[in-house]
Unconditional design. Structure first.
Length: 197
């Protein structure tokens, strides 16, 4: 029986950068199918009155330093503090939802995070998205049009609703069955659980 793990993430979540870089290789090594699941953590945070980092300067300062330390630990490129918050209209996440349905979600999400963390661009801006999509060999105009279609928006809302039903509250979150592992620092725990259950 094939082992599977859901990777719920939001392009706009800073800590998700680490998992976006690490998760697929670790899942592949463990023989686990990793399902990339973009969802609107912003929606859930609003519903749960969960205040974002951007409103807490002391916590945000810690967050950037923590990401820098973890990036160094895992050999992940880190070019200093990136623009934050980003993707105000969640367009990058809609494109990721389109990509998830067509099998190129990992490539798109990794490129979006490189644009954000390394090139310091908002991954949700149409100009940045056009550059990313073109570099991936996609028709940027067609992808952006599809990402704004009701079908993709409904799929994104459905993924968010599934996250809601699972009790998710942050990004990244890994789910094995109904077992929830929140945070990049729980990635290895999630993989170990998936392997042993």
């Amino acid at each position: 029986m094939q082992r599977e793990m859901d990777f719920f993430y939001f392009i706009g979540s800073t800590y998700s950068y680490l998992s976006v870089v690490r998760a697929q290789a670790l899942a592949d090594q463990a023989g686990i199918v990793l399902r990339w699941r973009p969802f609107s953590v912003r929606t859930l945070m609003r519903e749960q009155n969960n205040v974002p980092f951007a409103t807490k300067p002391v916590k945000m300062q810690y967050m950037w330093r923590d990401i820098e330390r973890r990036a160094a630990r895992f050999g992940i490129a880190f070019a200093g503090i990136a623009p934050y918050p980003v993707d105000s209209s969640e367009l990058a996440n809609h494109v990721a939802t389109l990509a998830a349905g067509e099998g190129w979600c990992m490539a798109f999400t990794q490129a979006a995070y490189r644009a954000w963390f390394l090139d310091k661009q908002d991954p949700g801006s149409p100009q940045t998205l056009r550059s990313i999509l073109t570099a991936l060999g996609r028709n940027a105009d067609a992808c952006l049009a599809q990402a704004s279609d009701a079908r993709i928006r409904q799929a994104y809302e459905a993924s968010t609703d599934q996250a809601r039903q699972l009790g998710l509250f942050g990004s990244p979150t890994f789910v094995v069955g109904r077992e929830v592992f929140w945070g990049d620092d729980r990635l290895e725990d999630a993989i170990d659980w998936c392997k042993s259950h």
